[in-house]
Design a protein around this ligand. Structure first.
Ligand code: SF4
Length: 349
């Protein structure tokens, strides 16, 4: 069974997605802000944990200052295991919440609390609870891109790098699955595993905009290019891929495949690391719907884009903002959500 029948479409309408234009700064200003942020992190005994989709200068700073740049699975693990008692998470809200759930005694702050995720916003806890209660015979597997409340309702949390083997192992035990929130990733996993999955109907506003026909046409122009696709993309786009994988799996494929040119269907932020690690290879963005696409900026998440150097500097400079941007998770919810999160971390250890 693979069905979203009778489930409302929880994809976000374009009006709910912010328009966000990142600042362009001169090199001297970037250098000054990075120095200020590095000093601020040191003064607070904090470590910076950044996602691959945020601004390239923020990614560089995270690595230069002893923090990390990673996918959401490794961000969670890094924050939990690092000795710092203050975690500055540059990403979107569910990533800050996950860090807090796994490290409830640490202080977790984010450059902005406005950085949301369309998958999280499209999976409202009360509606999701009703969905679970209507299907009590199913094992509840939720993607990491969900609120602490939704995680607390689940049996397993997964990221795109471990979703496939975890569902495979549940299917092998004969378990039927209730999956949320990303319908494209859910369909891809159902297709690969043959598992019995009932799907929530959410989508990522960035990956949903990749277009199969335009990708075919581009591949015709560059027949030697390898096509790397994130599984939050629509099925017709996934069908064209040479490799389907999470951000870390896309990075690995770019390094190991012999192609000198790649067309990549994921957020533009990942191109910073792709180019850093493969200076002799070329990377082209997979085509999106262009003007009028839901993601507005096209192939770049407007919420991830909010994590700018200036915002980070202000967070560390301004005591009021630092206090206001602390991530709080209800301890009872956090304790319940920690169970499925730890299952994932143990599975992938
Ligand atoms: S890129 Fe998509 S999945 Fe990632 S944070 Fe943005 S909206 Fe969410």
């Amino acid at each position: 069974m693979n069905s979203t029948a009778n489930i409302p479409d929880y994809s976000l309408a374009a009006e709910r997605v912010p328009v966000y234009e990142p600042q362009t700064l001169p090199p001297a200003r970037i250098k000054a802000l990075k120095a200020e942020i590095a000093a601020g992190l040191k003064a607070r005994g904090a470590v910076l944990i950044a996602h691959y989709y945020v601004d390239g200068d923020v990614q560089d700073l995270a690595e230069e200052s002893g923090g990390c740049v990673a996918d959401s699975l490794e961000m969670a693990r890094f924050g939990r295991d690092h000795q710092a008692q203050t975690l500055v998470v540059a990403g979107v809200r569910f990533m800050g919440e996950t860090a807090k759930i796994l490290s409830p005694h640490k202080l977790v702050v984010m450059p902005t609390l406005e950085a949301e995720c369309s998958l999280d916003l499209g999976c409202v806890p009360d509606e999701f609870r009703a969905f679970c209660e209507a299907n009590p015979d199913r094992t509840v597997v939720v993607y990491a891109n969900t609120s602490a409340h939704v995680k607390a309702l689940s049996d397993w949390v997964v990221t795109s790098s471990v979703a496939l083997p975890i569902v495979e192992s549940l299917d092998a035990k004969g378990e039927k699955i209730l999956w949320a929130p990303d319908k494209h990733l859910g369909r891809y996993i159902q297709h690969k595993t043959g598992a019995d999955m009932l799907l929530w109907s959410g989508a990522c506003v960035v990956h949903e905009e990749f277009k199969a026909q335009a990708l075919y046409d581009l591949k015709g122009v560059y027949p030697d290019a390898g096509v790397l696709v994130h599984p939050e993309s629509p099925a017709a786009v996934i069908d064209i891929a040479d490799v389907v994988g999470s951000t870390s799996q896309i990075l690995e494929a770019a390094q190991t495949l012999p192609n000198e040119l790649f067309i990549v269907a994921t957020d533009r932020g990942l191109f910073h690391k792709l180019r850093q690690r493969n200076p002799k290879k070329r990377f082209i963005e997979a085509p999106t719907a262009g003007d009028g696409a839901t993601c507005r900026s096209c192939a770049h998440c407007p919420w991830m884009a909010m994590n700018e150097l200036s915002c980070l500097a202000e967070l560390l400079r301004d005591e009021d903002k630092f206090s206001a941007n602390e991530i709080a998770v209800d301890p009872a919810i956090g304790e319940r959500a920690m169970v499925p999160l730890n299952r994932m971390l143990s599975f992938s250890a």
